[in-house]
Design a protein around this ligand. Structure first.
Ligand code: GLN
Length: 194
């Protein structure tokens, strides 16, 4: 295990990238705001934050980052998608022919919690991540409706998968960066050390 300081990129087009950076720095690692393809070369891992997946997808294409990022992930670069980031990673979207990076063997429903409870928070125990319950914040969140081969489910809420991992890829429906708890960021740094 290689435990040197990691350089973690956070896709900086929109969404809560500053909050992710603060957690990474709090854990003693370097966080960089990523907006250009050339920046992908120097990273030990990358976080795709929440926001609006259609917009982020278009910006990935416009900046020429979609293909190089897909290749990096396929070659093993650790990646963590939160909320819209989960949508970007999914190989399939429910009721939608759209695909973005399409690298992770999951099917995802956008805005899955409908309009009644489209944003909520809860505390839950996720044994792979922390021995105590951690706060989870959902904002117009997606969830996983189908998990393919090789995908481990880390957390389910009321029968819906809201956190999953496949090899170097982590996807969460919720926003750990909007809480004071750094457990998920620590879990991701551990993935970058594997
Ligand atoms: N609803 C957004 C989408 O479909 C995701 C919301 C979020 O990232 N907080 O892209």
């Amino acid at each position: 295990m290689n435990t040197r300081m990691k350089k973690i990129g956070i896709l900086g087009f929109q969404g809560a990238f500053v909050e992710h950076e603060l957690h990474i720095e709090r854990l003693g690692h370097e966080a960089v705001d990523v907006r250009y393809p050339g920046q992908l070369e120097e990273l030990d891992g990358i976080i795709l934050p929440g926001g609006e997946s259609t917009t982020i997808g278009k910006l990935l294409i416009r900046t020429g980052m979609m293909e190089p990022l897909r290749q990096k992930i396929e070659n093993g670069l650790p990646v963590w998608g939160t909320c819209a980031g989960m949508i970007l990673l999914a190989k399939e979207l429910e009721d939608d022919p759209m695909k973005h990076l399409a690298v992770m063997n999951i099917k995802v429903r956008r805005n899955a919690y409908g309009t009644q409870i489209d944003s909520f928070d809860t505390d839950i125990l996720i044994p792979a991540v922390n021995s105590e319950p951690i706060p989870l914040v959902f904002i117009r969140a997606p969830y996983v409706t189908k998990v393919g081969a090789g995908v481990d489910v880390l957390c389910e809420i009321q029968g819906h998968v809201v956190a999953a991992r496949e090899k170097n890829m982590l996807a969460t429906s919720f926003h750990p960066e909007l809480t004071n708890d750094s457990s998920f960021h620590r879990y991701f740094i551990d993935m970058c050390n594997e």
